[in-house]
Design a protein around this ligand. Structure first.
Ligand SMILES: Cc1cc2nc3c(=O)[nH]c(=O)nc-3n(C[C@H](O)[C@H](O)[C@H](O)COP(=O)(O)OP(=O)(O)OC[C@H]3O[C@@H](n4cnc5c(N)ncnc54)[C@H](O)[C@@H]3O)c2cc1C
Length: 388
């Protein structure tokens, strides 16, 4: 980050936020993570992009949604399901079931049985009924955290692999939804709270004196995400570990702290809060420190299991975004169809050339996703914002 942006910008915009996200000093985080996060962005690119956007606004040329050649982190417009990302998966489930597929909901995979370098079966427990089932299959795709996958394998797993996987680390996260009558800001001259209009989807909070790390303004993702257009849903994000005292606080205390902080950073007065909700998300981020440096040993072991494909984010212990995660599963299916036995092209997704050499302007497979899944096209509206 310092190499690309200089020390001042690093300290203003990266250091404290990144330390909030990971809970460790930046010098303990490998550059590999930073590189994935900012891809080909540099100070020169950011300035060039800002000037281009300004001239587009002047000529009212909003450009085309594909935004070919724009670095991922600088993309300002993209498809977004009207009711949020969950809507996409409801549609996927509907289509799978329509084609005769069976989806077992609320089932946790506990054991993975292996024999002769193949997975033969899994057992899963329904968390609502406690019922256990055993399922066999020709192929298996895993999105469960690698740590849990390896500990669930019944069979001959080298001790070193078990040991490394058991030490993989994650960062957890609590999001507090706050429903506001309106966004407002404190006019320091008059001491009054005044209406505030913001177009951002994410706001990164660098300030050290508040615990909140990031805000989402759900109205700006899609207006359909809010029932009453005169209200605003704000998501306040707190990065933590599930072992922290903060994680164990009662919901009401966490919500109260979030509301106090929202007022402190000057985005709403407590009088405008209509409702709140607290959601704890375990293993939000796979960590690139700790046992991660030995991850290749785990990968080499799972790669040898011929008919199981590790895909997605925690499934691969890799900081994949939603589009990369989908693509890993698609490439795994292509491999099966085409008889490709190496899994290297799946691992190569999101480690593509982008951060080794700057983009040539070619459209990436990720940008082509909506084209690969034409039946989803109707689901999307267009959102403006920074991609995460
Ligand atoms: C706060 C936050 C913001 C994000 N914002 C963006 C964004 O703006 N854009 C973007 O592209 N990406 C974003 N991402 C990343 C995106 O959410 C992930 O890349 C994507 O969800 C990963 O897909 P996945 O299928 O691997 O994992 P998930 O979506 O987490 O799905 C994994 C599934 O596996 C299931 N599972 C786990 N263990 C078991 C088990 N033992 N048995 C059975 N099932 C199991 C889980 O229940 C879950 O349904 C964000 C992530 C976070 C946390």
């Amino acid at each position: 980050m310092i190499n690309r942006f200089g020390k001042t910008l690093y300290q203003l915009f990266f250091k404290d936020y990144t330390e909030k996200v990971w809970g460790v000093p930046c010098d303990e985080i490998p550059a590999e993570w930073g590189a994935q996060r900012i891809k080909g962005v540099s100070i020169r690119k950011a300035i060039e992009h800002a000037i281009q956007e300004l001239s587009k606004k002047k000529t009212k040329n909003q450009g085309d949604i594909a935004q070919k050649g724009t670095e991922t982190s600088l993309i300002e417009k993209f498809f977004y399901p009207k009711l949020g990302p969950g809507q996409l998966w409801e549609e996927v489930a509907r289509q799978v079931q329509e084609m005769g597929g069976i989806i077992h909901m609320h089932c946790d995979v506990k054991h993975i049985y292996t024999e002769d370098n193949k997975v033969t079966a899994i057992t899963a427990v329904n968390s609502q009924t406690g019922e256990e089932m055993k399922l066999t299959g020709d192929y298996f795709f895993s999105t469960m955290p690698v740590k849990e996958l390896i500990s669930g394998i019944v069979g001959d797993v080298p001790n070193e692999v078990r040991d490394i996987a058991s030490r993989l680390q994650y960062r957890d996260f609590i999001t507090v939804g706050i429903l506001l009558r309106k966004l407002s800001f404190l006019d320091k001259q008059t001491g009054e709270w005044k209406p505030l209009k913001l177009e951002d989807t994410w706001i990164y909070i660098q300030e050290k004196d508040v615990k909140v790390g990031r805000l989402q303004l759900f109205n700006n993702w899609s207006p359909y995400m809010v029932k009453d257009p005169d209200t605003a849903w704000v998501g306040m994000e707190f990065f933590c570990n599930e072992t922290d005292d903060f994680w164990k606080l009662p919901d009401a205390e966490i919500a109260a702290l979030a509301i106090r902080e929202l007022e402190k950073i000057g985005l709403a007065s407590i009088d405008n809060v209509l409702d709140s909700t607290v959601l704890r998300v375990e293993k939000t981020y796979p960590a690139y420190f700790g046992a991660y440096e030995q991850f290749d040993t785990v990968k080499a072991y799972t790669d040898k299991l011929e008919n199981i494909f590790l895909v997605g984010r925690n499934g691969m212990h890799k900081y994949n975004n939603a589009d990369h995660s989908m693509l890993t599963a698609m490439v795994a299916v292509d491999n099966i169809i085409n008889g490709v036995t190496s899994k290297e092209n799946i691992w190569a997704i999101n480690t593509e050339q982008e951060y080794h050499e700057e983009k040539s302007g070619a459209e990436t497979p990720v940008a082509a996703l909506p084209e690969r899944i034409p039946s989803f096209k109707n689901l999307y509206g267009i959102s403006h914002g920074t991609k995460h």
